[in-house]
Design a protein around this ligand. Structure first.
Ligand code: AHM
Ligand code: MG
Length: 339
């Protein structure tokens, strides 16, 4: 095992990950490196977002020579463009597109990617952290040629890589290929991601819970009793505090670094038969892989392991409880009616 030093570049780390798999062809490495490029382009655009209003629509063109667009549309196009011609992807899915997205003829590869190009849509215009989430699987259909929807509808436990890029006070990329979780911070002056968070482990003991408490009147009893418990226990570690940004990536990232639990459960309004709000393929599953790789857990509000869920639809929703292991264990006890 190579000793990780802060300051190595993300491409070096991706290469080190490849070396852990002796039969690897370099395809996944190529794919991830192209995603890094997409992240840098989106980061630059996010940083200019406020100025776009001042300069106006025609005041500036972006890297592709187009007028400035809405950020989520821009992020979606940027990732699709990088992925469709990277030569390692056979089919894609995006939160912004209803159907599967083909890649360019002749560039089909052995992997699939599902992504939320810019998560946290309500925060895009107000300078609050937003992020890109991605999930990568190996294709099931025979190569070569375009992939199909079946290649994308694989359970999270089969992901070969997953991660996110958060555009916050700095831009940070966190990813895993199944050998731990590493975080990299973008140095905008040189345009490179450097290792800033080697071998991330989510603290077991947490101080924070993240849930949209405005829905409390609609919560099922188990959710209400769990949150009431967090408010009144000291958890052995001081009192729990509420932190809710409303950007899943940002809420998850804080909990990953500081410890905490995030919940987006079903409630009486959405109904017991609903599946909550968040999407399985490109929100819950990739973050669940990161959480587990960092020593945490991710389950549904009826106790199913997120990574075990076989998807049936591209844009399938799933109730999500994710974060520090001890907190998710505790939530599970409430959901089972044991507390
Ligand atoms: P989006 O993909 O349209 O941005 O929606 C997902 C977002 C998550 O980032 C966040 O956790 C959640 O929606 C917040 O929803 P709510 O406003 O209902 O609390
Ligand atoms: Mg989203």
């Amino acid at each position: 095992m190579l000793v990780k030093r802060k300051g190595i570049t993300v491409s070096r780390q991706i290469m080190d990950d490849q070396l852990l798999h002796p039969g690897a062809t370099g395809e996944l490495t190529g794919l991830l490196n192209d995603l890094v490029v997409a992240g840098k382009i989106i980061s630059a655009e996010v940083n200019m977002a406020g100025l776009a209003d001042i300069l106006g629509q025609s005041g500036r063109t972006n890297i592709q020579g187009e007028n400035v667009q809405k950020l989520d549309v821009f992020a979606n196009q940027t990732i699709k463009r990088r992925m469709e011609q990277c030569g390692h992807v056979c089919v894609m899915a995006s939160e912004e597109d209803d159907d599967i997205i083909p890649v360019l003829e002749g560039y089909e590869g052995n992997y699939t990617i599902a992504f939320d190009p810019l998560d946290g849509s309500t925060n895009i215009d107000v300078n609050v952290s937003i992020g890109t989430i991605f999930s990568i699987h190996r294709r099931l259909s025979p190569a070569p040629g375009q992939g199909n929807v079946g290649d994308l509808l694989q359970k999270g436990g089969k992901q070969v890589a997953a991660g996110y890029i958060i555009y916050g006070s700095s831009t940070v990329m966190v990813y895993t290929t199944g050998s731990g979780v590493h975080g990299f911070t973008l140095d905008p002056s040189v345009g490179e991601f450097f290792l800033s968070h080697p071998g991330i482990k989510i603290p077991d003991a947490s101080l924070y819970y993240s849930v949209n408490e405005a829905y409390a009147n609609h919560w099922f009893d188990s959710t209400r009793r769990f949150i009431d418990h967090l408010k009144t226990t000291d958890g052995g570690n001081g009192a729990y505090s509420l932190r809710y940004i409303g950007s899943l990536v940002a809420d998850f990232h804080r909990n990953l670094i500081k410890g905490g639990i995030f919940l987006y459960p079903r409630d009486k309004k959405s109904g017991e038969k609903s599946e909550g709000k968040l999407r399985l393929l490109y929100e819950a599953a990739p973050l669940a892989m990161i959480a587990e790789q960092a020593g945490g857990r991710a389950i549904t509000d009826d106790g199913r392991r997120i990574l075990d869920i076989e998807p049936t639809k591209l844009h399938q929703r799933v109730p999500l409880i994710i974060g520090s292991k001890r907190d998710v264990d505790l939530a599970e006890k409430f959901l089972r009616g044991e507390m």
